[in-house]
Every structure is written in C-alpha cells, then in structure tokens.
Ligand binder design. Structure first.
Ligand code: MN
Length: 494
C-alpha cells in the first residue's frame, strides 16, 4: 500500500511516523487528585499542583502507571522496570509550571508492534518505538473576547501516554488503519477512550518523502496536533505533495513544525523544528525514578484482556468464520461480545448450546449493522439485545419461520424491542410446513395459470421460479420454500 507520488523526476515514496497522544482513562490527574471529567466549566478541575502554585509537589497516580504498563503489554512492547520523569522546559501561556513533566531518556515502555490487517488479506507490522507518560497542558482560548485570551487549566496535569511509532507507515491509508487499530487496542484495554472529538487522542504527524529505492530517509516535517483520522490522512497527502515539489524545484525541505489548515487544505510553517536540547531536559527533582518489580508487571500481564488479534484468531478457529468476518466483529469489543452472546443459546434449564456462528455473524454484520447505521445508534444502544436476536435465529433454525420472514420480524423487533416469538405469534407468520396445505395452494396456482404450466411441461424450467413466486405470494411468504419447490416439481413435471 505504499503511496507513490509520480513526480517530474520519477516516483517518490512517502514515509510517515506518528506520535500519538492518548489520554489515560483515570478519574484523577497524573500528579494530583483533581478530576478529569470531560465538559466541566473552565478552571473547575484545577488543584494547586495543576496551577503550579509555589511549593506544591507532584505525587504520582499509581493507577495511571498501571494503565500505561497495561498499554505497553497490549502493544507487545518491552516494559522498562526503571524509568525516569524529566522536566521538558518551554514557555507557553497555558503551561503554568514553565515545564512539562514527561519522560525522555528512560521511558516506561520500549519497542513494540502493532499488526495491521490489510484490505488484500495480508498483514503489516508497524513498529512502536516507545511509550512514555507525561502531563497535558491547559488550553488557550482566543475566540472568547476580541482583545484578550483566556486560559482553561482543566486539562493541565491530565495523564497522557505518548506513543511513538517507527517511520514504518507508507501511506495515508496505512496511517488510518494504524490509528483505528491502535484505538481498538486502547479501548479493549480500557486505557484510553479514543474519543478524538473530545481530544483524548491526537497525533503529531512526521512526514518525509524519498525517491523509490533510496535507502536513507530525507528531512522530515512535523504536522502538529491533528485530531481526527481524516485530518491526519489529509495532512500526510498534502505534506507529501508539497515536499516532492520542494525537492524537485531545488528549494528543499527544512526540518520544521507545521500547522494543518484543513479548511484551506494546506499546511503552514509554525516554527522551526525544536530539538531535544532546546528543552533542557533534566530529571524532575520532585519525583523519584519509577521502579517497578517484575512481579508487578507479571500480575498486570496475567490479568490482560483478550486483545483484538487473539480474539480474531479464536473466532476463526472456534467458530469457523473467515478472517475478514472475524476482523469486522472484533474491531470493536462490544460488537465481539454481542456476537458471542448471540452464538450462545441459554435454555430455561440453564443448559447452554451453540447457534450457527456463521449465521449469527451474517445477522450481526448485515441486518443489525444496517439497522443501527440507519438509526445512528451504537451497538450498546441496540433496541434488539443479543439474546433477542439469538431467539430469532432459533425460530429460523427450527423451521418456525423462513429466513425471508425473519427479516420482517427483525424490523419489527428493532422498532419495538419486542420478542421475536411474540411478533411471529401475533402476526401469524409461522411458516407453513404442512405439505397438504401447501399442495392445495400449489394446485390452485397451477389451475389458474394453464399457459405457464404448459410452458414448464414444454421444458422451460425458468417458469418454475415464477410459480414459486406465485405460491409464496399466495401464502404471504409463509410457505416453506423447499416444500414449495418439491411440490411444484412433482405436480408440473412428475
Ligand atoms: Mn508529548
């Protein structure tokens, strides 16, 4: 999926690395007890530590550490038992301390891997360089007053994980697949909610281009703080085109930080790229190094939830699903859980059995997804519960209703949240399996349509299909299709 740009001097390959800032799911901030709830009135969730009052001391939130370790394990990464918090010094109006507490030389998490399922069925590995913990800054608001800027410190001190990839991404599409996969892993783990609209996940996008076949990377530019998958993809495409032109015109690319203007479809220089030494990093004297025991990490690993890749593999092995169907179902944990509940029947006696998994998968990804999409609902908001859908499948399996009728019943279930059995009963939708009863209808349809009957006897088998349609119509779709076919064949040709 390499994204090649055909320039005047030949083909150019796009090289992308991402630095994703993911907000850790935690009720309290990284170094203070202030709340992290989204949507509070400005400056209502600011402790003295977050406001950087003189003499205040940070105290590490152990839950945030656990969340970051969990995430590292989910990224199949090395957990560093010894890591150090450092001060990253810079001036910004919404950074009251004058520095950000981050990790630099010794981050909590080292190298890992995220595996992407590509559209052609192949897999791609994207390397993770590191994951470190750091605090978020506050927010400057320039649109509240014509003459003044305001600062909201609610976000100040909120715990972030900065997840840095290796420059392994080769196109905007791949970046999109990576971000969705990463978000899926974080949501499975419960370590970041992945809500980009609320700013809980945003990315700095490092882009460079090089001639096809070139070994070394060329100078990169960084597009800062992009907050949706679509904008990140847009930033990569815009930036790659710009750089190819800059190389080919001889102007060259300078290492710098750029801002994305999605309305104009361009990136603009913001400042020259700062280097690590500009930040005068040094270990924060207020915080001890973070030293973890192997037992601590092992206990978190032992408790780790089943992640999307493993779940997908299990769905293929245990349920006989295709890798594609399994991939669709596991992308979102709630969908995967829903599907598994549909496949597991629980009878009154408490005995459990299995329903046809392939059929369950088709109903979830087909009818249910379609209805949810049309209604703008998530699977958690589905008016049809997994158990209710399972009972509908039972009615198809035991021949009570046909698959055709089941679609109608499902529509009513979706609108009313009523049980399938009740709807079938009330509307008299039970399938007619009594061959005598179906035979009577078949006889009548044949008698009423002598020309078509002659047609079939003359050898035109296509007309049998027409007869099937007539019988189904006469029985409001309730006749068992197999019985109809058999009876028609017998009576017309037998
Ligand atoms: Mn950062």
């Amino acid at each position: 999926m390499a994204y090649l740009i055909q320039g005047e001097t030949g083909g150019w390959e796009v090289v992308v690395g991402l630095e994703v800032h993911a907000q850790i799911v935690s009720q309290a901030k990284l170094f203070s007890g202030a709340s992290t709830a989204f949507g509070a009135a400005p400056n209502n969730q600011v402790s003295l530590v977050d406001a950087a009052m003189p003499g205040m001391l940070p105290v590490i939130n152990e839950y945030c550490v656990e969340q970051a370790v969990k995430t590292g394990l989910g990224l199949k990464a090395k957990i560093n038992l010894h890591s150090v918090f450092e001060r990253k010094n810079y001036f910004y109006a919404d950074l009251p301390q004058g520095y950000q507490i981050s990790q630099y030389l010794l981050p909590l998490v080292g190298e890992g891997t995220v595996t992407l399922g590509m559209p052609d069925g192949s897999q791609r590995e994207i390397g993770i360089e590191r994951l470190h913990m750091e605090q978020d800054a506050g927010k400057s608001m320039h649109d509240q007053d014509p003459n003044r800027s305001f600062i909201d410190l609610n976000r100040s001190g909120v715990a972030l994980m900065e997840i840095v990839t290796k420059p392994d991404i080769r196109s905007a599409e791949e970046a999109g697949l990576f971000l969705r996969k990463l978000r899926s892993i974080l949501r499975y783990l419960g370590t970041c909610d992945g809500n980009m609209e609320e700013g809980s996940m945003r990315a700095d996008v490092n882009v460079s281009v090089r001639k096809v076949g070139e070994e070394n990377y060329r100078t990169r530019a960084e597009v800062k703080n992009v907050n949706s998958v679509r904008f990140i993809q847009q930033a990569i495409e815009i930036e790659a085109e710009r750089q190819v032109e800059a190389h080919e015109s001889g102007a060259g690319v300078v290492q710098e930080t750029r801002l994305m203007d999605s309305a104009r479809g361009e990136t603009r220089p913001m400042r020259e790229k700062e280097f690590a030494y500009d930040y005068r990093y040094f270990p924060d004297p207020d915080l001890l190094p973070l030293d973890l025991t192997p037992d601590y990490v092992d206990a978190i690993a032992a408790d780790l939830t089943e992640l999307p890749d493993d779940k997908q593999q299990r769905f293929v092995t245990d349920y006989g699903l295709s890798a594609y169907d399994a991939g669709v179902l596991v992308a979102d944990r709630e969908t995967a859980d829903y599907f598994e509940r549909v496949t597991h029947a629980t009878s009154e006696g408490g005995k459990t059995g299995s329903r046809d998994a392939k059929m369950a998968a088709n109903w979830v990804t087909g009818n249910l997804f379609g209805a949810l999409n049309a209604a703008g609902l998530s699977i958690a908001e589905s008016p049809v519960s997994a158990d209710a859908l399972g009972k509908l499948l039972d009615l198809i399996a035991d021949g009570t209703i046909s698959g055709r009728i089941a679609k109608d019943v499902f529509e009513v279930m979706f609108e009313t949240s009523r049980a399938a059995g009740d709807i079938v009963e009330e509307k008299g939708l039970k399938q007619i399996i009594d061959t005598a009863e179906i035979g009577t209808v078949v006889d009548r349809v044949i008698t009423d349509n002598p020309d078509q009957a002659e047609d079939v006897r003359a050898g035109n088998d296509k007309t049998i299909g027409w007869f099937v349609g007539q019988v189904m119509k006469a029985t409001s779709g309730k006749a068992n299709p197999q019985a109809v076919n058999e009876l028609l064949a017998k009576k017309l040709k037998g």
